[in-house]
Design a protein around this ligand. Structure first.
Ligand SMILES: C[S@@+](CC[C@H](N)C(=O)[O-])C[C@H]1O[C@@H](n2cnc3c(N)ncnc32)[C@H](O)[C@@H]1O
Length: 238
């Protein structure tokens, strides 16, 4: 994916953390998704919708941009301004309580969000899988802990993010938490390559959260954390 295509949309206003366009680009380069305008993708925890825009442009699918903290009205206005109002539907809902029809998504994508709501065993099977079509694909990129520090998040990250440290899980632990099902063919988790570039873009902004992250980058974020990539392939119809 050529990230330069989206330069005009990547700004301090649309970024909510390390550059989500870079995380998405790595996932798409590894696992390209091509769809038609009849296919549907759920962008879960879409924030300001930057990822939804890129997903829509790169795949050609209809995108359901779902988020909890950003209102559907705000994202809808942005999508209209960006000229993708017809292709992207903004929704404000909690990932724990989604109201879609069953088996309607060809893919689920979630960037820098899944750790907020999906860290318990069985979440994927109970809250996500019912909405996915057979043969569906899932691409997730989340901040996490390097495998070497599995289960030590509180010890290493509390000075930086306090009680939120428990949300940082290693690739190994995400693999375990996602678990299996008779509808899942394959789950892969790995430490992503885009870490430095995604963080550099975010730390260069004047966002107040970026200022605090800057103070902890060399001592906490860089030595102990990573981005965890997750790829899930669902089986064809049983
Ligand atoms: C750091 S932002 C990332 C947003 C966007 N995906 C990106 O990368 O720019 C995390 C997002 O997760 C969303 N989120 C947190 N908890 C959620 C939940 N329970 N259901 C849906 N979205 C949630 C928030 O609303 C927030 O916009």
């Amino acid at each position: 994916m050529n990230i330069d295509r989206y330069k005009a949309y990547i700004s301090a206003e649309t970024m909510m953390g390390p550059n989500s366009a870079r995380i998405l680009a790595e996932l798409f380069d590894k696992y390209p998704l091509r769809f038609t305008s009849d296919d549907r993708i759920l962008d879960l925890g879409c924030g300001t919708g930057l990822t939804s825009l890129i997903i829509a442009k790169e795949t050609g699918a209809r995108v359901f941009a779902t988020d909890l903290w950003v209102s559907a009205e705000e994202n809808g206005n942005r999508f209209a301004e960006w000229g993708v109002g017809e292709q992207i539907t903004p929704i404000c809902e909690d990932a724990n309580d989604l109201h879609f029809e069953k088996k309607q998504f060809d893919a689920l994508i979630s960037i820098d969000s899944y750790h907020y709501f999906a860290g318990s065993k069985g979440f994927f099977q109970e809250k996500i899988l019912p909405f996915m079509k057979d043969n569906g694909r899932v691409l997730i990129g989340v901040p996490g802990l390097k495998d070497a520090y599995t289960d030590c998040a509180e010890e290493f990250l509390s000075d930086w993010i306090g009680d939120d440290a428990h949300m940082f899980k290693s690739p190994k632990l995400w693999r375990k938490l996602i678990g299996g099902s008779n509808r899942i063919e394959l789950v892969k988790t790995w430490e992503m390559d885009c870490f430095s570039k995604a963080w550099d873009d975010w730390l260069a902004t004047n966002n107040k959260f970026a200022l605090s992250d800057r103070q902890h980058f060399e001592t906490v974020i860089k030595p102990y954390t990573c981005f965890v990539g997750v790829y899930i392939k669902l089986k064809r119809e049983l």
